[in-house]
Ligand binder design. Structure first.
Ligand code: V47
Length: 378
């Protein structure tokens, strides 16, 4: 039987040859992929890489997000953010005590959660002991649960206000129980656009340096890109190439998560939300450009479950997890649920023709027996 290549844009033929030959794509090829009208052709190319790297598996995890506080010294700077507040006197501000934090996390852990993901604003006053106590409290009670805490921007903030080096901060947090860093705060690296959406925020070099130092210490991290605001096609490709170069140097990124901008309640509320095609194109572009990243995650909280399910055929091999209690996107108008059941996640994955695998943060398979779970090494 004759086979047809499902590509209609002739600009993609030479890229197809390079993808088949496992050759690295250039900046110009990244821009071509973004500009191609042949979205299914682009998806087809990304799916080649996805299947090569992760077969037919689609990963999910049982996790909980806990945002310990939204008080943030950058509250007036990040124009895309609906989450931050100036201080505790401002309406909508919160600051959890360590006990409140531990109670919330322990409830999820007792219900089978394997990862706590915790971030907050850049708080001007909380002492370093607060952050250490959150980690210590959980590690002492439940050592097998993975603690993915604090973005590079928070790590840099701790170094500044506690007058420590980045390395000292990371070592102290690790001793208290930190397992990995989430990928937030990267936004978009291209300086001109970054200065428009978050002037004065940690620089791209600063963000990458925190990840470099974490990787040097053996701490795995994730990476993100905020898209669907003022960034250009070139900005997106540039962002991915800077991450790819960093991964060549330090090698500790586990997964990349493109984050779809939600404009409601932000100072950029005049912008439309990114469309489903933009979401799928961003996933596919990421899979193709980030040839040295083992995983690409579609964050259903931001794309919605239907797009997330479709993204599993456009380069994504991971659909994130149950999440539970998401604030950053919901304060910016997300209409997705704040939690989704394991049955729903596995049903969506199977319906997309993939095999669901429950994973921990570092992609070890989770095996469950009754109320107990253990890891099978990746
Ligand atoms: O850094 C803020 C983004 C990030 C908005 O590492 C917004 O596994 C959209 O990093 N619309 C935090 N995005 C979330 C994040 C993340 C999420 C899931 C998994 C992982 C991981 C990391 O959210 C921020 C910022 O880039 N953000 N405001 C908004 N209005």
């Amino acid at each position: 039987m004759k086979k047809f290549l499902p590509i209609t844009d002739s600009n993609l033929y030479s890229i197809h040859d390079k993808v088949e030959a496992e050759e690295r794509l250039s900046f110009e090829e990244g821009v071509k992929l973004w500009e191609s009208p042949d979205i299914t052709g682009v998806g087809y190319l990304a799916n080649i890489v996805r299947e090569r790297q992760n077969g037919n598996f689609a990963y999910y995890n049982i996790n909980q997000h806990i945002d310990y506080s939204n008080v943030c010294i950058l509250h007036a700077r990040c124009h895309f953010c609906a989450f931050a507040r100036k201080d505790m006197k401002t309406e909508g501000a919160w600051e959890m005590s360590v006990d409140e934090f531990l109670d919330k996390a322990m409830y999820s852990i007792e219900h089978g959660c394997t990862e706590i993901h915790s971030v907050g604003g850049l708080h001007p006053k909380l002492p370093f002991e607060y952050y250490l106590d959150m980690l210590r409290g959980l590690k002492k009670r439940m050592p097998q649960v993975h603690l993915k805490f604090f973005t590079a921007v928070e790590i840099d903030h701790f170094a500044r206000i506690f007058k420590m080096s980045i390395k000292e901060v990371l070592i102290a947090l690790r001793e208290a129980g930190l397992d990995s860093l989430p990928g937030g705060g990267a936004e978009i690296f291209a300086e001109e656009t970054r200065d428009k959406i978050c002037p004065g925020k940690l620089s791209p070099e600063g963000w990458l340096d925190v990840h470099q130092q974490a990787h040097d210490l053996g701490i795995s991290t994730n990476a993100t890109m905020l898209y669907g605001h003022l960034e250009t096609n070139e900005d997106r490709v540039d962002h991915l190439i800077r991450l790819r170069e960093q991964q060549d140097k330090s090698g500790g990124f586990v997964t990349f998560i493109p984050l779809a901008f939600h404009p409601e309640n932000t100072r950029m509320d005049y912008l439309p939300s990114p469309s489903g095609i933009t979401d799928l194109r961003t996933i596919a572009l990421s899979r193709l450009m980030l040839d040295n990243f083992p995983h690409i995650k579609v964050y259903w909280i931001m794309t919605g479950l239907n797009v997330a399910q479709t993204a599993l055929s456009f380069g994504a091999d991971d659909i994130d997890g149950t999440v539970t209690e998401e604030k950053i996107t919901h304060m910016a108008g997300a209409t997705t649920p704040e939690i989704v059941s394991v049955d729903e996640i596995t049903r969506l994955i199977q319906e997309a023709g993939k095999v669901p695998v429950e994973r921990d943060t570092l992609y070890n398979e989770i095996i469950r027996e009754g109320n107990q779970w253990h890891r099978r090494a990746a």
